[in-house]
Design a protein around this ligand. Structure first.
Ligand code: NAI
Length: 303
């Protein structure tokens, strides 16, 4: 099997000063990729800032013989995001790969969550992913090449107590990547999602130390790096990775039932059919909204 390489490729990894982002950046750089190490360098709740985190990772990459430059902007505002991408253009003349990884946490029960906790988490995760992708997009389009991998979370895909802000932001990212898959298809831009499971500062407070040990961030990195590679022609996929486990999660739609509108559809008919309506037996995924609408319309006898 030939080695997966990133020679002559340029990547931006946001939030690469620690945790998962650092591992993604180290792996890409070790395979020849030039990497912009973005990190705001603040605390886990998004407060504060500093240059040390990004600088340290840049140094690690250089010490290992790789190429990297730091960037300390926040992904959470348009100017910052634009400057992150500009750092790649200024240093290396292009961008091929964007890993939207930066993140913060402000967990509270829904009842107690302040609007500020909502705004800040949406700003970093959802807006940050939107802004960085948008700033990179014209370059990817013009080069007819792009690989975007954005971090979602099981907290959004499946739900997690106390993470209403985070879960909402993360599923917004999944929706965004589904759209970018469609808009990027003819420009060779693949937009995918990673649902990581890893022991980092983000999970160290909720997971016992022995479990954190089994969930090394470096176990997630090969999935992300592969999705960033030329070998990857999948787009709109949500990959899951952690502890050596690799999989795909997706929205599935069951075959459902067809109730003929011409005959009238009542609440009682929904009541009678609810088990069939909710069954996922024989479920399928759709490549886009048009395909799904077409499936619904195909049930109608239009003849
Ligand atoms: P982490 O806290 O170790 O890393 C996040 C990095 O993002 C930090 O270095 C932080 O300084 C940086 N950052 C925060 N706000 C920023 C901003 N506005 N601009 C630029 N950089 C910023 O956390 P971890 O675990 O490595 O998380 C990475 C991503 O993976 C996050 O998006 C997280 O939500 C996601 N994730 C992690 C999981 C896990 O098991 N660790 C599970 C599911 C999702």
């Amino acid at each position: 099997m030939s080695e997966v390489r990133f020679d002559d490729r340029v990547a931006v990894v946001t939030g690469a000063g620690g945790g998962l982002g650092r591992e993604y950046a180290l792996l890409l750089a070790s395979r020849g990729c030039k990497v912009v190490i973005n990190d705001l360098g603040g605390a886990m709740d998004g407060t504060g800032a500093g240059t040390t985190a990004a600088e340290r990772v840049v140094q690690e990459i250089k010490d290992a013989g790789g190429e990297a430059v730091p960037n300390y902007d926040s992904v959470a505002d348009w100017e910052g995001a634009s400057n992150i991408i500009k750092t790649a253009i200024d240093a290396y003349g292009k961008i091929d790969i964007l890993v939207n990884n930066a993140g913060i946490l402000r967990d509270k029960s829904f009842l107690k969550m302040e609007m500020e906790d909502y705004d800040k988490v949406i700003a970093v995760h959802l807006n940050g992913t939107f802004f960085c992708s948008k700033a990179a997009w014209p370059y990817l389009r013009d080069n007819n090449y792009g690989r975007i991998v954005s971090a979602a979370s099981a907290a959004g895909v499946y739900g997690n107590f106390g993470q209403a802000n985070y879960g909402a932001a993360k599923m917004g990212i999944v929706g965004l990547m589904h759209v970018l898959k469609q808009e990027g298809a003819k420009y060779n831009i693949m937009a995918n999602v990673i649902v990581p499971i890893a022991g980092t500062r983000m999970t160290a407070t909720v997971l016992p130390p022995n479990i954190v040990e089994l969930l090394k961030p470096e176990y997630v990195a090969p999935m992300v790096a592969w999705a960033c590679s030329e070998n990857n022609t999948f787009s709109g996929y949500t990959f899951v990775a952690g502890a050596g486990y690799f999989s795909r999660t997706a929205f599935m739609e069951g075959p459902g039932v067809f109730l003929d509108p011409a005959q009238g559809i009542t609440l009682e008919m929904i009541d009678e059919n609810i088990n069939k309506i909710t069954s996922l037996e024989g479920a399928q995924t759709f490549g886009g909204a048009t395909e799904q609408t077409g499936f619904a319309l195909s049930k109608l006898n239009l003849g």
